[in-house]
Design a protein around this ligand. Structure first.
Ligand SMILES: [Cu+2]
Length: 251
């Protein structure tokens, strides 16, 4: 949709602004080797994350001219209509055509932005046929995961393990206060709410480790409520499930 030559500098600028706004001083303390939490901009790994990133770039491309054009016009007018000997000031004070134009064009821009945005929201909120179902429960201050179709295995405060290139559908809730399960590279941030169920889905395109953290202030140890997702091959996943089942049986 947008050429990569254009996208790269725009991405860097947008990610930097976002990072500074989000993390402030803390951002400077992240070691270069650590995968930073802003990776969703550069390294989306799910269809939702790609969609969110492309939509963000599209919105940027449509809205940035509105930021630049008035400044250019302002400086042009300051220069063009500066005080000069003998210059006659203008005597009109409105222009109906211009006002109609600068109302209709931004209004149309909003429509242009709304169409792909609503499509994306529908895509995010429509659950696909699940290959693996999981249940996520937020607790002060850790995450609990269950695999209802795999012997109801339950793990707490350890990495979530899921197979690569499979539809994972997660039912989420909270045992105490509102938390939010946020994994930037997946393009997902979903509240977990006590007494209610929320749902997300993701399909990760490559194996690896992906970081996240609770994104809803939930108490004193909120900042320690980290998320690690280990995405593995189907074979590794099956072996892991068998191991966990044995672990459970032994308990
Ligand atoms: Cu929290």
């Amino acid at each position: 949709m947008i050429s990569s030559r254009f996208a790269r500098p725009v991405l860097v600028a947008a990610a930097t602004l976002l990072a500074v706004a989000t993390f402030g001083q803390d951002f400077a303390n992240i070691p270069a080797s650590e995968p930073s939490i802003t990776d969703w901009m550069f390294d989306p790994v799910t269809p939702i994350a790609h969609g969110v990133r492309n939509n963000a770039l599209f919105i940027l491309a449509i809205t940035v001219p509105y930021l630049i054009l008035p400044q250019v016009l302002l400086f042009y007018c300051i220069w063009k209509f500066r005080k000069r000997p003998g210059a006659k000031p203008a005597t009109f004070h409105d222009n109906v055509q211009l006002e109609v134009l600068w109302t209709i064009v931004p209004a149309l821009s909003l429509v242009v932005l709304a169409i792909p945005s609503y499509k994306l929201i529908k895509f995010i909120e429509t659950m696909p046929e699940p290959d693996v179902r999981i249940e996520v429960t937020g607790r002060q201050f850790y995450w609990e995961y269950r695999y209802p179709d795999h012997g109801n295995i339950r793990i707490s405060d350890e990495p979530l393990v899921v197979p690569v290139r499979k539809n994972i559908v997660a039912d989420m809730t909270s045992a105490d206060v509102t938390h939010a399960w946020w994994v930037p590279a997946f393009g997902i941030k979903m509240d977990t709410v006590p007494g209610r169920y929320t749902q997300v889905w993701f399909n990760v395109e490559r194996e690896g480790w992906f970081k996240g953290q609770c994104a809803e202030l939930c108490g004193a140890l909120h900042s320690k409520m980290l998320i690690d997702v280990h995405v593995v091959s189907q074979e590794e996943f099956d072996a892991w499930i068998e191991m966990k089942k044995r672990e459970f049986a032994g308990e």
